[in-house]
Design a protein. Structure first.
Length: 449
């Protein structure tokens, strides 16, 4: 076991073996989904059981890796009920409970799911408290909230990526194989990263750390395992970023609030909190590394959350000693160069609309370039900045849409009675997204002496 001064030995061992869990998740998910023929034969049932077992394994990983068999025996029955027999339990409750006059079938099934989930989460949180010997104020409540968040994140989908792959048409078996392979590869990466973040945040609770502003000790520890920390934090930021965007888009179209139910709220709140924590950790992690190595990451650090491009960004940061672009003699001059690079990237992003003279794209490009310039020179980053930016972007998006439907009295009420409609929630999600992106940019573009 390597020298470890931040995570407890049990948490460190579980985190160190996450690559094994990734392989198990990927192979099991891919095999059970791609080779599951018709859901009617013996093989199909075996593959289904493998999938259910994987769900239980995910939440037992910490206990199994550390051979805490007492905890495994205590938790396993609840996970078996939740993962294996949830459908049967919901069917039984739905059939025998005479609630038809007060609650409909769909709601009853959702409540059954939620109650059993809460009980399972409580038992797991209690066992973490016992294994890690937590002694802090409201520690069980914090562990319960953290485990509930992990449950919600684990059962969330891939958002835009899932919709895109799900709607694809396959011309051949090889294409279907390739697309399915990519989907479950990404799905396994997402799950493994979420568990890694959960273990790290649990370690922060053990140490009494603040998970809004991380201590130098926590950031330096993460820096020792750069690739592991980067994989976890960037994966969390990217997947939750797309989930929040998808939620905002759905709510903008949900004029009558059909998606605003309790279960949707729980999932949305978890996404918001986890995105804030992940983006703040990413920004603080990069800032701490830049101070330690006396580098200026600028545009490179600000782009670590962008898929594909972040591969180049992370490679440059990892090998920053060999890249002069990240070690300028004049930081203020370098800042202008980095901002010019960001501006070119944004122009490239909106190139078709700008060349076509589309007002929306031109305005959007100007707004985002101005936002990066502003965040590079403000002395303190607050929620006011993303709020103002969110209001401006929302106005740019809503006004043309309102013009099209100006004669529709329902849409007029929807816009004018803003706080009673889902547009207000969509704006909040947009502000959260801007906060995360520009907080990372703020920490990398602003040079701290």
């Amino acid at each position: 076991m390597e020298n470890n001064h931040f995570l407890s030995p049990k948490l460190f061992k579980a985190a160190k073996s996450l690559w094994i869990l990734f392989l198990i998740c990927f192979i099991t998910d891919f095999v059970t989904r791609f080779f599951d023929p018709d859901h009617k034969n013996t093989l199909s049932r075996i593959l289904d059981y493998m999938s259910y077992a994987l769900n239980a394994l995910f939440f037992l990983w910490y206990f199994i890796v550390n051979k805490r068999w007492k905890s495994v025996v205590i938790i396993l029955p609840f996970l078996l009920l939740f993962c294996f027999f949830m459908k049967d339990i919901r069917d039984i409750v739905d059939y025998y409970m005479p609630f038809e006059e007060k609650i409909n079938s769909a709601t009853l099934r959702k409540w059954t799911y939620m109650i059993l989930q809460l009980i399972t989460v409580f038992v797991i949180a209690k066992r973490y408290q016992s294994e890690e010997k937590f002694t802090g104020k409201n520690i069980l409540l914090k562990l319960f909230a953290l485990n509930l968040a992990l449950f919600s994140l684990y059962y969330s989908d891939l958002g835009f990526i899932e919709n895109m792959l799900g709607s694809a048409s396959y011309d051949s078996k090889s294409t279907e194989f390739f697309v399915t392979f990519i989907y479950y590869f990404l799905s396994s990466i997402k799950s493994t990263a979420y568990l890694g973040a959960f273990l790290f945040l649990t370690g922060c609770l053990v140490k009494g750390e603040h998970i809004y502003t991380f201590s130098k000790n926590a950031l330096e520890y993460a820096g020792r395992y750069f690739w592991t920390a980067s994989f976890i934090m960037i994966t969390c930021v990217i997947f939750i970023f797309f989930s929040l965007l998808e939620s905002a888009f759905k709510l903008e179209l949900d004029f009558f609030g059909k998606n605003l139910n309790m279960f949707g709220w729980v999932s949305t709140v978890v996404l918001i909190l986890f995105f804030i924590i992940s983006s703040r950790f990413t920004g603080q992690f990069l800032q701490e590394r830049s101070l330690l190595k006396k580098k200026y990451y600028g545009a490179v650090g600000a782009s670590v959350w962008i898929p594909v491009i972040n591969i180049i960004s992370l490679l440059m940061i990892r090998f920053d000693d060999k890249i002069k672009f990240l070690a300028p003699a004049n930081v203020e001059k370098a800042k202008k160069i980095h901002l010019a690079v960001i501006s070119l990237l944004l122009l490239f992003q909106f190139r078709k609309g700008i060349m076509a003279g589309k007002t929306d794209d031109i305005l959007s490009c100007i707004i985002y370039i101005a936002a990066f310039i502003t965040v590079a020179y403000i002395k303190r980053f607050t929620w006011i900045f993303p709020l103002v930016l969110g209001l401006i972007v929302t106005a740019v998006k809503v006004y043309p849409f309102y013009g099209v439907y100006a004669q529709d009295f329902i849409f007029k009420d929807y816009v004018l009675d803003f706080l009673k409609n889902t547009a207000s929630i969509a704006l909040i999600l947009t502000v959260i997204v801007f906060y995360g992106i520009y907080y990372i940019a703020y920490q990398t573009l602003n040079h701290k002496k």
